[in-house]
Unconditional design. Structure first.
Lengths: 272, 52, 440
């Protein structure tokens, strides 16, 4: 992938989501929809055609009362890097180069004006992070006046997904440029979901920057495909070597057991 | 698609892949052109016209 | 009424019957066209697809129809490159079937994508690393090849052939058909393969993912192989159906037997490779990604081990064994049964590699997704079948598709009206002089 841009050290924007803190309130989902002009229908009960860039899943340990436990898991786009940085499952399959891995930020973008809606990327994504516009957006009367002007609205027939609120990064860079600097502070680029979470369960920042919280908490090991060195941290589908940028924290063993298969990690390690 | 478009990179994938496409299209185009020209010449020489 | 357009030496049904047939199939076609316009103008919400089923009936239909149309490239390869000259008796029909199959695939794709007017982006902004790009490129080029192969058949219409230039063009194209057939075979190898590659590269979907040979997953080679193996069986099946409807033998037995035998051996070698691949994937590849075979075939209402057995045994081993056994193959009914099982087998393989891939959950807390098509999807899938039947009807009526037809169905001798006149004249003249009544 041809990359232009500055020659500063590349960033890898990512998240740490603390599942012990998440209450499943859904404020993050709502904030995301508001920030990104995500369309919705009158009847949103059909979840399989509902567009939610960030979706909160409900996990249980399957035990009856009084041992029943619940865990809520917010799942944004994981911005996979794949085995070789840039080899996300979705990016490699798009036939029209409508989705791209940015080597400078680690963000997987979606180019709405180029996508022709073949939906191959949706089939490739194991996290179901990608959504298709089965309908044209219909905004309730007057709502078109308070859509976010920094985010393009999408028409039917194309795919969309979480882009880590990239418009906020661009706004932050503009502000920094006006002030004569090139680097952003940690709090100058934060996603909508991060800021909306009342429990502070989502933390967002540059995984490559040792001063950012996400780096300090997850401690990604770049020599082992970004594997977290924090024993409480894990990534979804680590064994598929998708090399995602969303790290989950949980102190509960049942959550860790339910989600990933640690015994496979040695095998995937051997393959790298 | 073309070497002069902004997304083009002179790497092996582009050369093999797009080269293959242009090669196949060239063979088809050249083959058909050849057949048509040969047919025009044969008609000019007064061949054909009988039906079986 | 249209007898001037009908090839010499063969008989065709009266035009009113033909028009009636066209009308019936045309009505079905119109139903499909209506559904197509609904999808284009109202959007893909007319289907039952959703975010879990981005690929559904249409993509299955595309893959199936392209696999079945593989008879065109493989028969062409066998006849023009390898030199199995006996196949000249069926190659025209194989080309026509291939043309219908590929034009159907392109039509379905035009309806399936979310923004059909942007389809050209796949060429203009091509991602050379994507399997789907390779599919699009090779499919388009190969459709051009099929058009080139079909044109001479059209130009051989009795009236068109009278035009000197047309006759010469047909002649030169036939002379040099090997170049087009070879290009077609090369392109087919790649697009049949890359359709398999579409599924095999999905490293986020352990059900579909396979180990690679260089840049190609094993599904690449299995798809090309299965298209070459099962495609000719589809050609044979359609030929048989056509013979039943026209109530005529259209292709010599030696040709049928040859193609059936080749198809059988290709199927046999393919299914052996496929079973080896399945075993390796089930025991090594999928477990290394955290899945056992059981995960793919349980806890859902549809996909059980039965589908694996149906695809491999019923749709693979059995028809292969039937077609390679001369005693069974020479029985036309059993041969037809084998081709039906074969067609079912390859359709089932394509279904599994598209829809079951979508159905299987990957994240541990995710669920199985089930799907059934909407009527609009069914109608738009039946649309190309109706179009194909109409094209076959028209081509069969007006073009010399079957070289053996005249020979296998000799026309009746001169009509009895002429003979009666002779007898009357002889009676008026009286018995021959010199002949006794007993000898007259």
């Amino acid at each position: 992938m041809k990359q232009t841009g500055n020659s500063d050290k590349p960033k890898r924007f990512g998240m740490v989501i603390d599942l012990d803190k998440c209450t499943g309130c859904g404020a993050c989902m709502v904030a995301c929809m508001a920030e990104n002009n995500v369309p919705f229908r009158k009847d949103e009960s059909k979840k399989l055609v509902s567009i939610t860039w960030l979706r909160v899943y409900r996990l249980t340990n399957g035990k009856p009362y009084p041992d029943a436990e619940v865990c809520y898991l917010p799942r944004p786009c994981q911005h996979c890097a794949g085995k070789h940085e840039g080899h996300s499952p979705c990016v490699s399959v798009c036939p029209a180069t409508a989705t791209d891995y940015d080597q400078q930020t680690g963000i997987v973008s979606q180019i709405y004006t180029r996508c022709f809606g073949c939906r191959y990327c949706m089939g490739a994504c194991p996290y179901h992070a990608r959504h298709f516009n089965w309908w044209d957006p219909v905004w309730p009367k007057g709502m078109e006046k308070y859509l976010n002007p920094d985010v393009s609205a999408r028409m039917r027939g194309i795919v969309e997904k979480c882009n880590f609120c990239f418009q906020r990064y661009q706004k932050g860079l503009e502000k920094a440029h006006m002030e004569g600097r090139r680097e952003l502070e940690e709090n100058e680029y934060q996603t909508a979901c991060t800021q909306a979470c009342p429990a502070g369960a989502i933390i967002f920042g540059d995984l490559n920057n040792p001063q950012h919280q996400v780096h300090q908490i997850a401690k990604p090991n770049l020599k082992k495909g970004g594997r977290p060195q924090n024993p409480k941290a894990f990534r979804l589908l680590e064994e598929l070597a998708t090399n995602t940028k969303v790290y989950y924290l949980s102190s509960k063993q049942w959550v860790q057991d339910a989600i990933h298969k640690p015994d496979l990690l040695d095998q995937t390690e051997a393959q790298h | 698609m073309f070497p002069f478009s902004f997304e083009w990179i002179w790497d092996m994938s582009h050369i093999i892949f797009m080269g293959g496409l242009w090669y196949a299209l060239s063979i088809l185009g050249a083959g058909m052109t050849f057949c048509i020209i040969k047919a025009i010449l044969a008609t000019a020489n007064g061949k054909g016209g009988h039906h079986h | 009424m249209d007898s001037a357009l009908i090839p010499k030496g063969v008989k065709r049904c009266p035009i009113w019957q033909f028009a009636l047939g066209l009308g019936v199939v045309g009505a079905v076609l119109l139903w499909g066209v209506y559904a197509m316009f609904l999808c284009w103008f109202k959007g893909l919400n007319q289907t039952n697809m959703n975010d879990y089923y981005g690929f559904a009936l249409w993509i299955w239909a595309d893959l199936a129809v392209i696999a079945l149309g593989g008879g065109a490239f493989f028969t062409g390869l066998l006849k023009y490159i390898i030199g199995k000259d006996d196949l000249k008796n069926i190659i025209n029909y194989a080309v026509l079937i291939g043309f219908i199959c590929y034009s159907s695939a392109l039509l379905i794709l035009a309806i399936d994508v979310g923004q059909p007017l942007r389809s050209w982006f796949i060429f203009w902004h091509a991602n050379v690393h994507s399997m789907l790009t390779e599919v699009a490129f090779c499919l388009s080029c190969y459709f051009a090849v099929l058009t080139i192969e079909y044109i001479p058949l059209v130009l051989e219409n009795r009236q068109l052939d009278k035009i000197p230039f047309v006759h010469n063009l047909t002649h030169t194209m036939h002379e040099h058909m090997a170049i087009f057939a070879a290009t077609g075979a090369f392109l087919s190898f790649f697009h049949q393969g890359s359709l398999g590659g579409v599924a095999g590269v999905l490293f986020g979907r352990p059900f579909a993912y396979r180990e690679h040979l260089f840049i190609w997953p094993w599904t690449f080679f299995l798809f090309t192989w299965s298209a070459a193996a099962y495609g000719p069986s589809f050609t044979l099946l359609v030929t048989r159906i056509t013979e039943k409807i026209t109530r005529k033998k259209l292709v010599k037995d030696t040709t049928i037997q040859l193609l059936a035998k080749i198809s059988g051996w290709m199927m046999f070698t393919y299914i052996t490779a496929k079973i080896i691949d399945t075993v390796y994937w089930a025991t090594t590849t999928a477990p290394s990604l955290g899945f056992s075979l059981k995960d793919f075939y349980s806890n859902n209402p549809v996909y059980g081990y039965w589908i694996l057995g149906a695809e491999l045994i019923l749709g693979g081993v059995i028809p292969a064994l039937m077609l390679i056994t001369p005693k069974i193959r020479s029985n036309r009914l059993l041969l037809t049964l084998a081709t039906i099982l074969a067609v079912m087998g390859v359709c089932l393989n394509r279904w599994v590699m598209v829809l079951q891939v979508m159905a299987v959950p990957v994240m541990s807390f995710d669920t199985w997704a089930m799907y059934y098509p909407s009527w609009q999807e069914v109608a738009t899938t039946v649309l190309p079948v109706a179009y194909g039947i109409i094209l076959i009807m028209i081509s069969y009526r007006y073009l010399p598709i079957f070289p053996n037809e005249a020979e296998l169905n000799p026309l009746e001798p001169e009509t009895p009206v002429v003979a009666a006149a002779d007898t009357e004249e002889a009676a008026e003249e009286g018995p021959e002089p010199g002949l006794t009544p007993a000898e007259a």
